[in-house]
Design a protein around this ligand. Structure first.
Ligand SMILES: *[C@@H]1O[C@H](CO)[C@@H](O)[C@H](O)[C@H]1NC(C)=O
Ligand SMILES: *[C@@H]1O[C@H](CO)[C@@H](O)[C@H](O)[C@H]1NC(C)=O
Ligand SMILES: *[C@@H]1O[C@H](CO)[C@@H](O)[C@H](O)[C@H]1NC(C)=O
Ligand SMILES: *[C@@H]1O[C@H](CO)[C@@H](O)[C@H](O)[C@H]1NC(C)=O
Ligand SMILES: [Zn+2]
Length: 958
């Protein structure tokens, strides 16, 4: 069964309800989009870039000059750029800087007469050209270009501004020439440097991360996604190094420039593309390669990593995934080559630069002796995600960042389809429910959530753009697209998708264009849907949150409302769900009132019959039932849990815990969904339970509930632990199934966490054996949890050993496991020292700083230490790690997750006030979300502590 409702009664009725469920919910949400984000009143005064002539003097009134606006005027349209860049991989000992130099010529067409040129530029220093100006302008086709009257850098809005003494003429073409210098900093943005050690020698890589707004940090450009152009790239680099860019290498020659013998690599011009997808890399990496139907596939990484075969898995899987997407999109791969490169320093997980995808090492390199199955899955899904973007995002690009959710949501959905193609045994498609649907429910249930779609005018500044890279865009986007694909059927969905890609290839589109093409497919196939695709989807896209659908099996009434984790929270613009009366949407059901779906007598159930809604959690909503149906479902779980599909067992647990948090059902009812777990062997329900119990740990691990809770959970998990012990022949073998391997980790983690002596002895013994013999006996799947438990049980000796293993790890995947486990120690002084290390890039790479702090905060002992640390250093962290970096929201959410007292709430508010001036960048929303979450936690504890304590105690009575 695909979707909707499942009923334990006769098959005929079940079939009717199946059709009705998903559809009813999709259309019953009305379109109410009046979300007004707080308008930004902080208009910025013009800032003098100070390089040559000054801009016209402006008084204190907010300026309305074009260069004070964050969006480019529409007057100029780039055609192509010729860019030469020369990164210096050696530090200049006089200035202490690593730099790059460059020349660029951009040919643009004038679309509207203007005497002003605005082109993005950030942190670049220009060499003065004719008449002391920062650029020079020539014209094509015989006419003379106007001369430059004044030129300067507008720092706040990141422009190079040129005022002309005459107009550029409509439809004429011009060339703008610049020479510039930039810093090749270790700031993970724009053209930056990454360093690593190889055979005791420090090596430097020059690489790029342009998305969203850092191409302007590498060369002056019209840095908006709709300003597509062709790029002719040339890189100058040291002899013996490899230069890569989006295009194929056209020619490479040795030249002498300014007395330096260097190599000059010219690349084939790119296709017409957006600036944020450019990439330039100089390294001495090695590669392995393959050719699939004429497409060259290469995997680049540090030479020892390639030599150890760590790129092989990625190389083997890329071809099949690429082929899969060609079929799925019905469009051949648009480029002649596909390079993928693993970088030692990289902020995001990966970046879909067209033809040259960049990855964190852990997201691309696989090594059987070090990588867990979870690492392997991450690699397969991230490769699929990035390859999906080669069409969706790169070939067809969203017009502006406010539609980012469609780009990221789409790739986050189809990554599961691509990964399934690469690893058909894994059932990886099911996992979207845990990793995306459930994950984002947690965020989208807050009053401070936001709709998928933002208004274009609300997304202007780089920090506002960066803030969009959040769970809503990725995971809610993926969840609603999955629902849509399932609802329209994959056949209709891909049909619309294909014509969309064909129509907008090499151009830009908005999300409504995709809806139009899906509508065409619906019409062409005669698919019967109740309203237009656009009307249906607007409810999910334009308003925030999601509904909880209540199925009352005694009255037959189904109803829905906006699900808010804190029912008392104030929603400025509540999502309103309306009823649609009397429409004959579904052939089997003549008249349907969507508020009263179950008016037909047969749909009321009685006796032992039970109803289960949202089969396989295809719909983006939670489900609640009347008490009678809950009791019957609990009955099935305890007697014959396999009668309920495994995904829905995970859902019942997750829905129940969250409904309880929202005070819709009692917390005790939620806890009762965990009682059957002593018989459960499947991964998804366990993972769901562990995830929800984490909240109980966060709320109670500093209180008297902790002991009885530990006793209960230890009893529940012991059978699972024993099951794996025998399945693996006393921990000697690895379970066969992918999900079984995952659940083995849950068994050990929870058994050790709840203090099962046998488990603790096991992990300590493995770890000691490693310390003594220097041979690691621990299977990669189990390393994170075993390291963590052993370090938590141990002292300085264990910690120091793990630290030295971390520093010497030859593969990032192993280093990451240790970095996580080092945060598990119970020694405050070790945790404090570890916190200090996070801000020293020689100890912890910048890309890993925020996640390490969050790991420490997750530890009950580390919580307050991490919070004090972040509070004290906020402005330092903020400036060092860039206002545009993506992980501030994770940092803020991570260190405040356990907050549940008035005192902590006050501190949080104080923190917000104290740092208002410095700002929170991409963490701005997270600060408000944390305050909201803390308030909800305080209330929750007050209302639930006693009940929960009593329940756990009662469960322990024999
Ligand atoms: C270092 O920078 C200084 C100042 O810009 C410059 O004069 C010098 O030539 C540079 N040295 C090298 C080795 O490039
Ligand atoms: C860029 O380079 C190409 C190829 O060398 C050349 O045809 C084109 O005229 C150049 N364009 C500009 C703006 O210099
Ligand atoms: C650019 O100029 C500023 C101000 O003179 C200077 O501090 C900075 O180091 C320069 N950057 C580079 C890469 O030369
Ligand atoms: C891989 O690259 C090498 C060296 O560039 C080349 O000789 C070989 O033909 C390539 N192999 C494939 C399968 O493309
Ligand atoms: Zn993506």
């Amino acid at each position: 069964m695909g979707k909707g409702f499942f009923i334990s009664k006769a098959v005929g009725i079940a079939a009717i309800i199946v059709g009705a469920g998903a559809l009813a919910t999709i259309i019953a949400l009305s379109v109410v989009y009046s979300q007004e984000k707080a308008k930004n009143n902080d208009n910025v005064l013009p800032t003098d870039g100070g390089t040559t002539s000054k801009p016209p003097v402006t008084t204190t009134a907010p300026s309305n000059e074009p260069w004070d606006k964050y969006r480019l005027p529409k007057s100029l349209v780039p055609d192509h750029y010729n860019v030469t860049l020369w990164p210096r991989l050696k530090q200049n000992l006089t200035t202490g800087l690593f730099i790059f130099t460059g020349q660029s010529t951009v040919e643009f067409v004038c679309a509207e007469e203007t005497d002003l040129i605005l082109i993005h530029s950030n942190k670049l220093n220009y060499t003065k050209r004719e008449n002391n100006h920062l650029a020079s302008l020539t014209s094509l086709g015989g006419v003379k270009a106007p001369s430059i009257k004044s030129s300067w850098l507008q720092q706040v809005t990141q422009y190079l501004v040129l005022q002309l003494d005459g107009k550029l003429m409509k439809d004429h073409r011009y060339h703008l020439h610049t020479d510039f210098t930039g810093e090749l900093a270790d700031d993970l943005g724009g053209f930056y440097r990454s360093e690593y050690m190889e055979d005791g020698v420090k090596k430097v890589v020059a690489t790029t991360q342009m998305q969203p707004t850092d191409a302007r940090k590498a060369f002056p450009c019209f840095d908006e996604p709709a300003m597509k152009a062709i790029f002719h790239i040339t890189l100058i680099h040291d002899l013996g190094t490899v230069a890569l860019s989006n295009g194929e290498e056209k020619e490479s020659s040795n030249v002498n420039i300014e007395g330096h013998d260097v190599q000059k690599t010219v690349f084939q011009p790119t296709e017409k593309m957006s600036t944020y997808l450019l990439a330039f890399i100089v390294s001495d990496f090695s590669f392995i390669n393959n050719t699939i139907d004429g497409v060259l596939i290469r995997i680049f990484a540090r030479t020892p990593a390639i030599a150890a075969g760590q790129g092989d898995y990625a190389l083997n899987k890329t071809g099949p995934i690429l082929k899969f997407f060609e079929k799925y999109y019905n469009s051949s791969y648009p480029l002649p080559k596909s390079d993928q490169i693993a970088l030692p320093d990289f902020n995001a997980g990966a970046m879909e630069n067209w033809g040259l995808i960049t990855y964190r090492e852990t997201a691309l390199l696989y090594d059987e002796t070090f990588s867990s199955n979870s690492n392997k899955q991450r690699i397969a899904t991230i490769i699929a995600h990035e390859l999906a973007h080669m069409w969706f995002g790169n070939l067809v690009t969203l017009r502006w960042w406010n539609d980012l959710w469609l780009n990221e949501g789409f790739a986050s959905y189809v990554e599961y389809l691509g990964a399934h193609e690469a690893e058909p045994e894994w059932n990886v498609k099911d996992l979207i429910v845990l990793s995306d649907v459930h994950r984002v429910f947690a965020v989208d249930a807050l009053a401070s959530s936001h709709p998928l779609s933002s208004k274009e005018e609300d997304i202007q500044k780089p920090a506002q753009i960066s803030e969009l890279f959040d769970a809503i865009s990725y995971s809610k986007g993926a969840s609603v697209l999955r629902m849509l694909s399932d609802f329209l059927t994959e056949k209709v969905f891909t049909m619309g998708l294909r014509t969309y890609l064909a129509e907008f290839a090499f151009g830009n589109a908005g999300y409504t264009d995709l809806w139009s093409h899906l509508q065409m497919a619906v019409d062409a196939t005669g698919t019967d849907i109740p309203e237009t695709v656009s009307n249906i989807m607007n409810t999910w896209v334009l308003q925030m949150g999601f509904p909880v659908v209540t199925v009352n099996t005694s009255t037959g009434i189904i109803s829905q409302k906006h699900f808010l984790l804190d029912p008392d929270s104030e929603v400025t613009t509540p999502s309103i769900y309306k009823c649609v009366d009397g429409l004959s949407y579904f052939p089997p059901l003549r008249t349907i009132n969507l508020c009263i779906l179950f008016t037909i007598d047969e749909m009321k159930v009685s006796g032992s019959d039970w109803v289960l809604a949202n089969i396989n959690v295809v719909g983006y909503y939670r489900v609640n039932y009347d008490q009678g149906n809950w009791e019957r479902l609990l009955g099935v779980l305890s007697t014959n849990h396999v009668a309920i599909p495994v995904i829905n067992r995970a859902q019942l647990v997750d829905d129940a815990f969250n409904l309880a948090r929202a005070k819709i059902i009692s917390t005790v009812l939620a806890l009762r969904t965990t009682k059957y777990l002593n018989k459960e062997r499947e991964y998804m329900p366990w993972e769901s339970a562990v995830g929800n119990l984490d909240f109980f740990y966060l709320m109670f691990d500093r209180s008297e509930v902790y002991g009885p809770m530990q006793d209960y959970l230890r009893n529940q998990v012991t059978p699972l632990f024993t099951h794996y012990k025998s399945l693996t022949d006393n921990w000697k073998n690895v379970p066969v199934g992918h999900m079984d391997q995952y659940n083995q980790v849950n068994a050990i983690s929870l058994a050790c966490r709840t203090g099962l002596r046998e488990c603790q002895n096991l992990t300590n013994q493995w770890f000691n054996q490693w310390m003594e013999t220097k041979l690691n006996p621990i299977h990669p799947n189990l390393r994170s949890t075993v390291y963590c438990n052993a370090i938590a049980a141990g002292g300085a000796k264990e910690w120091e050993f793990a630290w030295s293993q971390f520093k010497n790890a030859s593969i990032a995947i192993e280093a990451d496991k240790l970095r996580y486990a080092l945060a598990c120690t119970k020694q405050p002084w070790l945790l404090n020292r570890y916190l200090e290390y996070t801000l020293d890039p020689n100890m912890i790479r910048k890309q890993d700083a925020t996640s390490t702090i969050v790991y420490i905060a997750n530890n009950v002992i580390g919580q307050s230490l991490a919070w004090d640390f972040v509070r004290a250093r906020w402005s330092y962290i903020f400036t060092q790690y860039g206002g545009g970096s993506f992980s501030f929201s994770n940092l803020v959410n991570g260190v405040t997750e356990r907050f549940s007292t008035e005192y902590e709430l006050q501190q949080l508010k104080q923190f917000k006030e104290d740092n208002a001036e410095v700002g929170f960048g991409s963490g701005t929303l997270a600060v408000d979300q944390s305050i909201e979450r803390t308030i909800a936690n305080i209330k929750w504890i007050a209302e639930n502590k006693q009940n929960v304590l009593d329940w756990f105690k009662a469960e322990e009575k024999p």
